[in-house]
Design a protein around this ligand. Sequence first.
Ligand SMILES: CC(C)(COP(=O)(O)OP(=O)(O)OC[C@H]1O[C@@H](n2cnc3c(N)ncnc32)[C@H](O)[C@@H]1OP(=O)(O)O)[C@@H](O)C(=O)NCCC(=O)NCCS
Length: 169
Amino acid sequence: MTAALPLYRIVATSSPEDALWEQVVALRLQVFAGEQGIADVQASDADDLTGVHALAIDDDAEVPTLIGAGRITFRHRGRNEALIAWVVTDPGRRKQGVGTGVMQALIAEADARGIEETLLAAQAHATDFYRALGFSPIGRPYESSGIPHQWMSRPLPRRRGLLGRVFSS
Ligand SMILES: CC(C)(COP(=O)(O)OP(=O)(O)OC[C@H]1O[C@@H](n2cnc3c(N)ncnc32)[C@H](O)[C@@H]1OP(=O)(O)O)[C@@H](O)C(=O)NCCC(=O)NCCS
């Protein structure tokens, strides 16, 4: 049996090359400002320099083309917590698993660093998408930039093996 060729690759990087970084900012603007109509979108901020970016890249296009992205930053609230933000898939490539792939790369980064809790502010329409990735709602829904939101959280999975566990009789 011949395995299907991947349609895109996902890289996790703290320093995206310039051409891709321009596409990250452009995709954020296209979706959050253009599609969703959020006013005053600051498409890049200081946390972009310290965070890790998961980038879904289509290499079949003439030039490597960004089709999805997301960011994770660490030491959120000064704790061993991470914050995921700017999760976005190109409108023409949605419902093909791109967003899930981006999220899985960010989650893997959090787990590899032993992050106790990973948080995100989900737009309400996407809560089921995040739920399927292990996030649970915390607190009440709220509104930001006219869009209903819900904070969601995912704890570090506990190791399943017996090593290191304490038993009492
Ligand atoms: C949310 C978003 C990133 C999902 O990206 P995607 O590439 O379409 O996601 P996937 O294809 O991996 O979807 C995985 C699953 O989630 C579901 N899903 C995707 N978007 C969803 C949404 N908005 N609401 C509910 N379910 C959704 C898909 O149907 C799919 O389910 P399935 O596996 O049963 O078919 C994308 O819709 C997007 O960019 N939206 C605009 C920006 C945005 O709102 N970002 C989130 C801000 S918190």
